[in-house]
Design a binder for this molecule. Structure first.
Ligand SMILES: [Cu+2]
Length: 108
């Protein structure tokens, strides 16, 4: 009986670890992307969820060097969008409304 809680905790931790490897989630909160950078395997689907009360975007590249790979609009709290990354590489992104907001996805 004394081992029930620790084993359950390990199971939850393992599940969480696998979940983040396959489908990590990036929160947008207080004008920050967190976590960032995020490392994933090719084929992973990354989801961004807006936790702020205003609109943010997830726009591929940098403000003066957009790649056009994705440009997500997250209009308000709870808004959520995903991108599947099939090719290895480093993918910086930013918010087009608050250009000091930067993030990065690294696909292995
Ligand atoms: Cu923003």
């Amino acid at each position: 009986m004394r081992y029930v809680v620790p084993l359950a905790a390990v199971a939850v931790w393992l599940f969480a670890d696998l979940a983040t490897a396959d489908a990590p989630t990036v929160a947008i909160q207080l004008f920050q992307f967190a976590p960032s950078p995020v490392a994933v395997e090719a084929g992973a689907r990354v989801t961004w969820t807006n936790r702020d009360d205003i609109e943010h975007t997830v726009t591929a590249g940098e403000p003066d060097r957009r790649t056009g790979r994705f440009d997500l609009r997250l209009p308000g709290p709870g808004a959520s969008e995903s991108v599947t990354f099939t090719e290895r590489g480093v993918y910086p992104y930013f918010c087009d409304r608050h250009r000091s907001m930067r993030g990065e996805i690294r696909v292995n």
